[in-house]
Design a protein around this ligand. Structure first.
Ligand code: SF4
Ligand code: SF4
Ligand code: SF4
Length: 241
C-alpha cells in the first residue's frame, strides 16, 4: 500500500500527538510519586536526636526483648490519656514506631493503663497498686538550683546574722521574693517514698533514687531552669540501643 504525502503527514502528526500525550502522562505520574516519596518521612515526624536521653513507658521489658516483643500497634499511646507516650519514627532505625516518654515535655502519672492494653506484654501488665515497683529511670536533684533549698540556706544565714545581733532585713527580703516551693514533693506519685520532706526543711525535698519510679512528674512540674538545666530531673537507667 502506498500513502499519499498528505496521508503520511496526517499519520505522523497523530503518532506525534499520541507520543506527546503519553510522555505528559508518564511525567505527571513520575512527578507525583516522587513528591509522595519526598513528603512521606516528613508526614511521619522528625528524627529524635538522642534516644538515650529518653525512657520507655512503665513495665517495659529489657531493651532487646522489648524491641522484639513490641508490634508497633500504638495501643499504649491510645490508652495514655495524659498524652505522655510518643513514638519514634522510621528515622530512628531500630527504635522505629516504638514508644518513649520525654518527661520534660509530658511525664507519666503511673496510672498503669498502658500496661493493661499491650497485646504482647512488651509492657508487663502491672496493676496500679503496684506502681511503686516500676523502674523507668531514676531521679537527680540539684540543691544549688532548687528554690526551697536556696530558701533553706538563706534562712540558715538569717539565723546566723540574728545570733550575731544584726538585722537580716536584706536576707529576709530575698527569701520572701523567692519563696519556697515543694511542688515536686506534692506531685510525686510516690510521695513519702521517692521524695520526702524532712522536718523543718522549708519544703526542701530529699530524693531517694532507689525508690524512684522515674515517672518524671517532678521534672515536668519544676519551674526552675538555670542555663537550660532543671533543678530536678529523671536520669535514664535502661540501656537504649
Ligand atoms: S502509666 Fe499511664 S500516664 Fe504513664 S505512660 Fe502509661 S498510660 Fe501514660
Ligand atoms: S519543684 Fe523544683 S524548685 Fe520546687 S522544690 Fe522541687 S526541685 Fe525545688
Ligand atoms: S521522684 Fe520524680 S521521677 Fe521519681 S517517682 Fe517521684 S515524681 Fe517520679
Amino acid at each position: 500500500m502506498s500513502w499519499t504525502r498528505r496521508q503520511l503527514f496526517s499519520r505522523l502528526f497523530r503518532w506525534l500527538f499520541k507520543a506527546t500525550g503519553l510522555a505528559v502522562v508518564l511525567g505527571t505520574v513520575h512527578a507525583l510519586s516522587r513528591r509522595r516519596e519526598l513528603d512521606y518521612p516528613v508526614l511521619l515526624g522528625e528524627k529524635v536526636s538522642n534516644p538515650k536521653s529518653l525512657i520507655r513507658p512503665p513495665g517495659a521489658l529489657e531493651e532487646a526483648a522489648f524491641l522484639s516483643a513490641c508490634i508497633r500497634c500504638y495501643r499504649c499511646q491510645d490508652a495514655c490519656t495524659v498524652g505522655a507516650i510518643q513514638f519514634f519514627t522510621e528515622r530512628n532505625g531500630l527504635h522505629y514506631h516504638t514508644p518513649y516518654i520525654k518527661p520534660a515535655a509530658k511525664a507519666c502519672t503511673l496510672c498503669m493503663d498502658c500496661t493493661q492494653v499491650c497485646p504482647t506484654a512488651a509492657l508487663i501488665p502491672t496493676p496500679r497498686k503496684e506502681k511503686a515497683l516500676v523502674r523507668m529511670a531514676s531521679v537527680e536533684l540539684f540543691e544549688d538550683r532548687c528554690l526551697s533549698h536556696k530558701a533553706k540556706a538563706i534562712r540558715a544565714q538569717q539565723a546566723l546574722l540574728m545570733e550575731l545581733g544584726r538585722q537580716p532585713t536584706e536576707v529576709v527580703a530575698t527569701t520572701e521574693r523567692r519563696g519556697v516551693c515543694g511542688e515536686c514533693y506534692m506531685f510525686c506519685p510516690l510521695r513519702e517514698r521517692a521524695i520526702t520532706l524532712e522536718p523543718g526543711s522549708f519544703l526542701a525535698p530529699t530524693v531517694h533514687e532507689a525508690r524512684c519510679a522515674g515517672c518524671g512528674m517532678c521534672e515536668e512540674i519544676c519551674r526552675v531552669m538555670v542555663r537550660g538545666e532543671p533543678a530536678i530531673r529523671v536520669v535514664p537507667t535502661r540501656v537504649m540501643a
